[in-house]
Design a protein around this ligand. Structure first.
Ligand code: A2P
Length: 278
């Protein structure tokens, strides 16, 4: 009716639109959200896609362009929704807006998954190390819910370094949830879930384990704490996701342990992806 037409806000039809199903705010700088999954989207756990929102209208032409950023998919390949874990940057072109999404809102999702943090890029091994800082935990949230992770490895060591304790919460709850969730126990196996070793550290706020994981690897603290031998190319594989500086430093350490970097086309001992937004 005419009344409804004038009362309703015009809803722009987005290309590749997906609907937000839930939003969780973890701190004033971190949130996660879930959206509907396009029926045709296939991806490998650990990959990323471009997501975003329509930008503001151009001041002269009024035209709107999509504002897109790379985001690791935090949900596993078998999930019927997609999950993302994001920082909130107050003056960030995308995240200043994205942080306000609500269930029922639409986001843009380009269904072209890519990435190197995938099982295909690693040679078989005994232990899989996941090294994350900040929102770099996202691809591991996917891989930790992926049965292949436990089929391929006897042990999965998850390290997460953040400035403050509250920033660890998304990862901590995810890992605790895995172990408590019946579906997950059925899918992954209770014995398999016991393979997970969680090693969170903080660098600014007091917590049971403090320090950058890079330093804790170099001085041997991690190996002593976990009762494991030093990382070596025979037994250990690693996936790395954090800031550029972190990735560079940890690559050097892993190479110092004798590991070489792999890719989809050339599987080796470790792979690296930068945490995109932040
Ligand atoms: P630190 O507090 O010592 O800088 P950020 O919030 O800057 O992205 O950092 C996230 C976490 O990653 C922080 O705990 C930070 O420690 C740590 N970090 C940053 N850069 C490096 C690096 N080059 N090597 C190891 N840890 C790092």
């Amino acid at each position: 009716s005419k009344v409804n037409q004038t009362a309703a806000k015009p809803v722009p039809t987005l290309p590749d639109a997906q609907t937000v199903t839930s939003v969780t705010h973890w701190t004033d700088q971190l949130f996660s959200f879930r959206v509907s999954r396009p029926a045709s989207l296939r991806f490998r756990s650990g990959e990323f896609v471009m997501i975003g929102l329509m930008g503001d209208p151009h001041p002269e032409t009024g035209k709107q362009k999509p504002l897109l950023r790379a985001y690791s998919i935090a949900s596993p390949a078998w999930d019927d929704e997609l999950e993302f874990y994001s920082i909130k940057v107050q003056d960030g072109p995308l995240t200043s807006k994205l942080q306000h999404i609500q269930p029922g809102d639409q986001i843009i999702l380009r269904p072209k998954p890519v990435g190197t943090l995938v099982h295909d890029a690693l040679l078989p091994g005994d232990r899989l190390w996941m090294f994350a800082t900040g929102t770099g935990f996202a691809p591991f949230a996917s891989l930790l819910r992926e049965p292949e992770t436990y089929e391929k490895f006897d042990e999965v060591i998850v390290t997460h370094t953040c400035r403050d304790v509250a920033e660890l919460e998304y990862g901590r709850q995810l890992i605790e949830g895995l172990k408590a969730d019946e579906l997950m126990q059925e899918l992954i196996g209770t014995e398999n879930l016991e393979k997970i070793r969680y090693y969170p550290t903080t660098t600014r706020e007091e917590s049971p384990k403090m320090g950058r994981i890079t330093n804790l690897l170099q001085d041997g603290t991690v190996f002593k704490d976990l009762g494991l031998p030093q990382i070596n190319a025979t037994h250990d594989r690693a996936m790395v996701c954090g800031s550029l500086g972190f990735n560079k430093d940890i690559m050097q350490i892993l190479e110092g342990f004798g590991l070489t970097e792999g890719a989809n086309s050339d599987p080796q001992h470790f792979v690296v992806e930068k945490a995109f937004v932040g």
